[in-house]
Design a protein around this ligand. Structure first.
Ligand SMILES: *Cc1c(COP(=O)(O)O)cnc(C)c1O
Length: 384
């Protein structure tokens, strides 16, 4: 048995790289031709694995990458050269030299950051391209739009750091179309105020996954930053969708450890939050919050065994989760596959549903599936 043979694992994730490529193509074809595709692959490509995800996206034809920090960006450079890489987070002083060494594109939100980088560029005797971020209502990175002119002026004076792109980020593109429209307008107006800018030669971007599913990009934009949607996750109202047809590529699986019978009145797991109301068959599953099943799913979540949904009983523990298999038609046995996220013939638990039940969001779920869970990859050859 090989290292990537799922039959050897007690808890693992299956990732369909061919599906990733199909999703990418579908999103690309839904976007106007001029829109450059910036693949957002921060946090280990949303838990899918940086190495394999990025390699596949490079082959499949993305234009650029965006990550949270310099460390993630250098990892991409080691996978392949030639793709511009935007660092979306703030770059710390001790990280600056890597921007030059790896030709990364930093995000600049303050005049101080630009001054610091300009000084560093002079010391390194090197030039750097940077993107300026405008805060149009996210209240995180970026210069507040009303103060943007001072940063534009600072860029105008800088000699070694060039303004290569301008962007903003939406705070509520999936929930609040009116606020998002306002952010779009502010962004366009702010750029228009700097009428000396050669915007045609710059990358102008705002849309994330929710942004492209809710609005057709205004003509000023020539790029979009796509994270969640390329992984086939779409926690957006159906009314807002329809442009890109994407499907999930991630499955989270485990196995039954033991099956046993417990009498009516027996209590289950730490804290005894579940007391059986009838004699029950229970399965102890080989995965817990140490693998990424949130504690919040205690007494609330479901898994799929033998194509049937089975409720989680009692508290999720670090290494094990107890489920009720009394109603499962086929006898459940030790070693049977348990689908935590994904599908088994007729039954499916989507990540979107899983997140809602756990009182969280898909982004956090994907960042919470731990290192203990090996990621195995299906390629085009295996999945047709
Ligand atoms: C994470 C991130 C994105 C991608 O967001 P999705 O909703 O996953 O598409 C885009 N832009 C910025 C600045 C981000 O931090």
């Amino acid at each position: 048995m090989s290292q990537s043979d799922p039959t050897t694992f007690r808890c693992w994730a299956e990732i369909d790289l061919a599906g990733l490529e199909r999703n990418l193509k579908s999103i690309q074809s839904a976007l106007p031709k001029r829109i450059r595709y910036i693949a957002v692959v921060k946090a280990d490509a949303y838990g899918h694995g940086m190495q394999q995800t990025v390699a596949r996206l490079m082959q499949a034809g993305v234009d650029m990458f965006a990550v949270a920090n310099v460390n993630e960006a250098t990892a991409i450079r080691e996978i392949g050269t030639g793709w511009p890489i935007i660092v979306l987070g703030a770059t710390l002083e001790q990280e600056e030299s890597q921007l030059f060494e790896y030709e990364l594109i930093p995000t600049i939100s303050t005049v101080e950051e630009l001054a610091r980088l300009e000084r560093r560029a002079h010391r390194e005797k090197a030039n750097l391209k940077a993107h300026m971020k405008i805060d149009t209502g996210m209240g995180r990175l970026g210069i507040w739009h009303e103060y943007a002119d001072e940063l534009f002026q600072a860029f105008r004076k800088a000699s070694r750091v060039t303004l290569n792109g301008i962007y903003t980020h939406f705070a509520s593109a999936d929930k609040d179309p009116a606020f998002t429209r306002k952010q779009r307008e502010i962004f366009i107006e702010t750029i228009a105020r700097a009428d000396w800018l050669p915007v045609d030669d710059m990358l102008i971007h705002a849309d994330n996954s929710a942004g492209i599913t809710t609005f057709a990009p205004d003509s000023i934009y020539n790029a979009a930053r796509i994270g969640l949607l390329q992984f086939g996750i779409r926690p957006y109202p159906e009314s807002m969708l329809g442009r890109a047809d994407t499907t999930p590529i991630f499955q989270f699986k485990s196995r039954v450890g033991i099956v046993k019978t417990l009498p009516e009145g027996a209590s289950i797991s730490y804290g005894r939050t579940c007391v059986l109301k009838r004699e029950s068959r229970i399965a102890v599953v080989c995965a817990g919050y140490g693998d990424g099943i949130p504690l919040q799913l205690s007494n609330r979540g479901e898994v799929i065994i033998n194509d049937q949904r089975c409720p989680i009983l009692g508290r999720v523990t670090m290494d094990q989760t107890i489920v009720d298999v009394t109603e499962v038609a086929e006898p459940v046995e030790s070693g049977d596959v348990v689908t935590i996220i994904g599908s088994q013939s007729g039954s499916e638990i989507r990540l979107e549903e899983f997140s809602i039940r756990a009182d969280t969001i898909p982004w956090e779920v994907m960042c919470s599936i731990t290192k203990r869970v090996p990621r195995i990859y299906r390629t085009a050859i295996q999945s047709g």
